[in-house]
Design a protein around this ligand. Sequence first.
Ligand code: ASP
Ligand code: MG
Length: 461
Amino acid sequence: MATTIMKFGGTCVEDADAFRRVVDIVKSHASSTPVIVVSAMSRVTDALLNSVDLAAKGDPVTALDSLVEHLQRHLDVAEALMADPLPISDTVAAARTEIATLLNKVNEQQNSRPALQDEIVSFGERLSADLLASVIDEAGPRTQYVDSRRLIITNRDHGRAEPIVDLTNEKTRSILTPLLRENVVPVCGGFIAASVDGTTTTLGRGGSDYTAAIVAAALNANELEIWTDVPGVLTADPRVLPEARTIPRLSYGEAAELAFFGAKVLHPKTIQPAVEQNIPVHICNARSPETEGTIVCRQTEVSPHSVKAIAHKTGITLIQITSARMLGAHGFLHAIFEIFNRYRTEIDVVTTSEVSVSISLDDATALPDIANELRRLGEVHIERQRAIICVVGEGLRGTPGVAARVFGCLSDINVSLISQGASRINLTFVVEEEKVREVITRLHDAFLLSETVQFAEKVPA
Ligand code: ASP
Ligand code: MG
């Protein structure tokens, strides 16, 4: 059955006005047999996690008090938008009682915390989805709230559970398909799931995208729509470059590169189930539903300018280890990586030359200790306040001279640690942090990213 999965993030359901926008969007999509996946109302997951912390520290009463305003937000929406808000206020009252009991248990049984925490946190999505189902049902298409713990079956890795794919597909199909046949819109909470024995689990922060992609794959959906409050994926960070534009189409690979370098897009892992089924992922703006947004799919066109986007990340530290004696010697790189590993410090980009290794780091907290150990291997040089710039586009793969154009327009700027990713669709390098705006502006101009582009050539899937 041809269906569209519509996922609404927390900011899309932050208050009554936001709910109203969602209702209008769903109404206008009623003909595409949608399944709705919704996050908790914005800030609710944080509040629930914080309440678990308070309870674990021995104060379940304050913990419960801290949730009152957030529970009330659900009632406010029901009162603003529903003729009869009573069923919702009963649901919220019951949730409050259950959460109170669970918070007491957290206080008494610290060992069971992971399972209890998932149970408590699940109320965010359970309440938002139940509320959204009721609000839409009153305004338009018939809906049914579906508890996602019946659909998504996972292992017991609390807080970052992984779905058991066959079981999840089977449950999702057998529960949702009959509803869709009856023209009922299922409304499911994202992020929450259950283990085989029925214990509540969660899929990790931001996990509602993952839920939506899992459901899309199970139902072999036509499209996965991710509704947020940003205008799709942009050619650059608009805080750095206000003239940045929405990119109409990206390949899965391009989206993955951009996500890694901090552009506000989908996490590659969370859309993997959709990628495997070749389902297009459409990033849409709930505040401006008529605008196009960004479509992420396998089949994509090469931008005539080769480059589609410039991502960047500031606060980077660069480390250079030079050792004429050691480099090339067996085990040298291993010895370096082992040190970073021991200090649990993730490496961003690595390049090597004949006599030196350059490494960029996002998190430099352990740097003093790391540097001390590295000095045993060679001479260590550290540069702080650097930024990584990442130029992304499928067109980089086949177009000669892109690198020359990139560095040609930066000839007077100090560039280091140049690397072209294994996927060959990105070109990454490091500059001084204070040069970021200048560099991005020049590249954006050089590759005409402010212009509307006519995509022509297709890249074969
Ligand atoms: N509510 C969950 C979170 O805040 C899941 C999500 O919003 O995607 O992490
Ligand atoms: Mg979210």
